[in-house]
Design a protein around this ligand. Structure first.
Ligand SMILES: Cc1cc2nc3c(=O)[nH]c(=O)nc-3n(C[C@H](O)[C@H](O)[C@H](O)COP(=O)(O)OP(=O)(O)OC[C@H]3O[C@@H](n4cnc5c(N)ncnc54)[C@H](O)[C@@H]3O)c2cc1C
Length: 579
């Protein structure tokens, strides 16, 4: 059997500021070193922005939480230089199967399109993810990571009922009280990002609204380590259709979800393979289940044996019971304080939208903070963070609520309807899109964002990408070497052109953009860039620093591009623009 994970403890170090008693002012303080705070810190550092990260704890996430990280999130981490070892260590998969009782009802492929650098999904225990992000932060001199530093109070000045920090040009910082094993001390920050999780202290300190829905259901998590060689054996005895599948799962991992299986009747079960031969099993228990009783080994082990078969050898690595909520903060920006990750929104685990959407908050926020702190953009740019990421949160909440309603029907009538859909899906294609065992995380395009410039009338584009969409990856050649488009986009504004651009030095504002000409700087070796961007000679895309499309034209026009760039930095608005 595999040894269970040994949680590292990071050292507490008293800061010079606490020792000296001198109040220090920081450009950026991030509260919380979970996946979101750590990703944000790396993203800010990649843009030259120094930050302090405070965490009240001194270890990685304990136990079994996030498992699945989606392609877009991996692309963000790839931009930050941390994806490759995660992809290497994680279990890569793209096919999911849904069983009703003992038959396959439906299957999906998350990435039917070839030639993307990042896989559709990886499975990796959250503690491994956080350990990798911590190590990357420790290598980064611009990130000052402080363990056992708890934010215990936060204030911003109030002016006439408004938070002072909201006023443009106002210079008064947020004031933080930080508690460590050596007592409390004060600090100041131009900007604070609260990444302190679902029970966010910061949210409570600011009295921020956090509203939504709690679901009346409970799920048991059992992480089991299978004995070497047994990964290919289990469960066969219980459900004949799964026998061949289990054989295959060991070598070609997939996500498997059962509704009403013979080994756990009347409820659902989710199975994921993680690394180290650890298998994550989520058993639906129902609302009446007693969480304390259910966690007892004498109750957990029979459930697992029913699923894996009586002869499979396994050890329990982790057992817990969870229930969940779908809710979000009303405003993602409160003056000088911004909220990201679980502190801003919470979803059910089905669909893997928690950490994935939190990392995408960080992706959206880091370049905006860097631009504001460098005085290249007004603080109003940060209002677009609320507009774009609350729009994405609503999308995630909608998807997550629908999945949960399908998995936990609220009445006998909806249960019968749900089961009828599953039965039909076995043979009828029209019923399959209605099956919902958790629609897995995809990025929400910011289609209504005020930072976008809509296509010009007469500029027809066939590609699915539009202003507000995340850029699509594609293979290419650069100086004869194979590479990937997203890796060429880097961290700043890019003008991606099909054919050569004029010299941008003639337009000083455009010097902020990196030109990337297909045919000159990169070779579209497989024709996929032209296909995915509907690129024709003369086509130009303005791409944001988070690799989202801001605008596109069929021909270069410096005045139009300059106006779009200014819009992206909230320096001017589009007449028809919305938020
Ligand atoms: C059962 C389960 C399965 C899940 N599966 C998935 C999945 O497959 N994919 C996915 O994307 N997501 C999944 N999630 C969600 C995922 O775990 C969370 O969305 C993610 O951990 C949120 O990251 P975060 O950084 O926002 O917050 P957290 O991970 O909660 O980190 C917050 C940090 O802030 C620190 N902190 C708190 N208060 C203070 C304070 N006052 N001062 C300083 N520090 C503080 C905490 O110690 C902690 O380190 C799952 C969750 C659960 C429960």
């Amino acid at each position: 059997m595999q040894k269970t994970y040994a949680y590292a403890e990071f050292p507490y170090v008293q800061s010079a500021a606490q020792r000296s008693g001198v109040v220090q002012r920081h450009p950026l303080v991030i509260i919380g070193a979970g996946p979101v705070g750590l990703s944000l810190a790396l993203d800010c550092a990649a843009r030259g922005l120094a930050c302090v990260v405070l965490d009240d704890n001194n270890s990685v996430s304990i136990g079994s939480r996030a498992v699945c990280y989606a392609k877009r999130t991996l692309e963000v981490w790839d931009r930050l230089g941390v994806a490759a070892p995660l992809v290497e260590q994680g279990v890569n998969w793209q096919v999911g199967k849904v069983f009703f009782r003992d038959e396959l009802a439906y299957q999906f492929d998350l990435l039917p399109q070839p030639a993307h650098h990042m896989p559709a999904m990886i499975n990796l225990q959250q503690y491994y993810l956080e350990a990798a992000l911590v190590a990357a932060c420790q290598r980064q001199p611009l990130v000052d990571l402080r363990w056992k530093h708890k934010l215990s109070a936060l204030t911003q000045a109030e002016v006439d009922g408004e938070t002072e920090g909201e006023a443009e040009g106002d210079d008064s910082p947020a004031r933080l009280t930080i508690t460590t094993p050596d007592g409390s001390f004060q600090a100041e920050a131009d900007w604070v990002v609260a990444c302190d999780g679902a029970n966010s202290d910061t949210r409570q300190m600011l009295g921020a609204d956090f509203a939504g829905k709690f679901f009346q259901d409970r799920f048991l998590i059992a992480d089991v380590v299978l004995a070497e060689g047994d990964a290919a054996l289990p469960a066969a005895q219980q459900a004949s259709t799964t026998a061949a599948g289990w054989q295959q799962l060991g070598s070609a991992p997939e996500r498997w979800f059962w509704f009403d299986p013979p080994f756990h009747p009347g409820q659902s079960v989710l199975l994921h393979k993680q690394c180290d031969n650890v298998w994550r099993i989520d058993f639906q228990l129902g609302w009446d289940a007693d969480p304390v009783q259910e966690k007892r080994p004498e109750n957990v082990i029979p459930r697992i044996q029913a699923m894996l078969g009586p002869h499979t050898r396994f050890e329990l690595e982790w057992v817990s019971v969870y229930q969940f909520a779908c809710r979000r903060i009303k405003q993602f920006r409160h003056g000088r304080v911004l909220f990201a990750g679980d502190a801003a929104h919470q979803v059910s685990p089905f669909g893997a939208r928690g950490a994935n959407s939190g990392v995408q908050d960080a992706d959206n926020l880091a370049w905006k903070l860097a631009a504001v702190l460098a005085r290249r953009a007004p603080a109003a740019l940060l209002d677009s963070y609320h507009a774009e990421r609350s729009f994405a949160a609503d999308d995630n909440l909608r998807q997550s609520t629908r999945s949960t309603d399908f998995i936990s029907p609220k009445s006998r009538a909806s249960l019968r309807l749900r089961n009828a859909v599953l039965e039909l899906a076995k043979t009828e294609a029209f019923a399959r899109p209605l099956v919902n065992s958790g629609r897995l995380s995809t990025p929400t395009p910011y289609l209504t964002s005020a930072l976008n410039t809509p296509d010009e009338a007469g500029d027809e584009f066939a590609a699915a990408l539009q202003p507000g969409s995340p850029c699509a990856d594609a293979t290419l050649l650069k100086a004869g070497q194979a590479g990937w488009l997203l890796q060429q986009l880097g961290q700043g504004f890019v003008l991606l052109s099909f054919g050569t651009l004029p010299d941008l030095a003639d337009w000083p504002e455009l010097s902020a953009c990196q030109p990337l000409a297909v045919g000159r700087d990169i070779e579209d070796s497989a024709g996929l860039i032209a296909q995915r961007y509907d690129g024709r000679p003369g086509t130009v895309y303005l791409i944001r620093p988070d690799q989202y499309v801001a605008a596109r034209w069929r021909q270069f026009d410096a005045a139009k591009i300059t106006a779009s760039l200014r819009r992206c930095l909230a320096l001017e608005t589009h007449p028809g623009g919305q938020t």
